[in-house]
Ligand binder design. Structure first.
Ligand code: KIV
Ligand code: NA
Length: 263
């Protein structure tokens, strides 16, 4: 199959075909997800929680993400590979670029960072230097202490308007895609309609251009508290291949997320 590129994602959005994205942390799962047709593999800093057992994503380092990114890159053939810039790795545009280079050289095609319009200059700095960027708005787990927990964002009129302004600013700065986490369905729809670039939702409703899940949640193996937007795709399936294929199908046919996964 052909390599998934930024134009591929734009074409999927334009045609109305939903984009499927999953987190991935090693070569074997990368190979599996790739052959199941997952378009985007994310080496998320969620690896600190699901792989390393930390209570948050905050302890994850660039070196750890680079190590896992290299493994995923070795295992995948055609998926687009996105790696998280972890907490503390993008305080200035220069440090963001230095750290993004580590992830790109490890095999990522794009880096993801969390935050709004305050990051526009950083996103421009990266994209001007040929580092594609995925933005991440709504519930941004690296801000857990400032947010006071893992809570739904964008519920008030003011915060919804702020999120839309942030999304437009990041798009204007050159972001290629935007992850929207834990926001009301209506806001996910409005942001998706407002932007020209694809939106990828996790707890952001069915109207986003695509969906993302943490693979341990999809497989039902994460021992922690299960978020509302999680669905265990192993239920009713006989293998991990079947579960991942069921996820891709459910994203494409719009049956995931269902109302019970939304806010
Ligand atoms: O780290 C991660 O897994 C993520 C996704 C939940 C979007 O950022
Ligand atoms: Na993340």
């Amino acid at each position: 199959t052909k390599a998934v590129t930024i134009p591929t994602l734009g074409a999927l959005r334009a045609s109305g075909e939903k984009i499927s994205m999953l987190t991935c942390y090693d070569a074997s799962f990368a190979s599996l997800m790739d052959r199941c047709g997952v378009e985007v593999l994310l080496i998320g800093d969620s690896l600190g929680m699901v792989c390393n057992g930390h209570p948050s994503t905050l302890p994850v380092t660039v070196a750890e993400l680079a190590y896992h990114t290299a493994a995923v890159a070795r295992g995948s053939k055609s998926a687009m590979i996105v790696a998280d810039l972890p907490f503390g790795a993008y305080g200035t545009a220069e440090t963001a670029f230095h750290n993004a280079v580590q992830l790109i050289q490890a095999g990522a095609h794009m880096v993801k960072l969390e935050g709004g319009a305050w990051l526009a200059d950083t996103v421009r700095f990266l994209t001007e230097r040929s580092v594609p960027v995925c933005a991440h708005l709504g519930l941004t787990p690296q801000s857990v202490h400032q947010l006071g927990g893992y809570k739904v964002q964008g519920k008030s009129i003011e915060s919804a308007e702020q999120l839309k302004a942030d999304a437009l600013a990041l798009q204007a700065a050159g972001a290629s895609i935007v992850v929207l986490e834990a926001i009301p369905t209506q806001l996910g729809k409005e942001v998706t309609e407002l932007l020209a670039i694809p939106t990828i939702g996790i707890g952001a409703g069915p109207d986003c251009s695509g969906q993302v899940l943490v693979m341990h949640d999809l497989l039902g193996v994460f021992p922690g508290r299960k978020a509302r937007f999680v669905r265990n795709f192993m239920e009713g399936q006989g293998s991990i291949d079947d579960a991942v294929s069921a996820y891709v199908r459910a994203v494409k046919d719009g049956s995931f997320p269902a109302p019970e996964h939304c806010f």
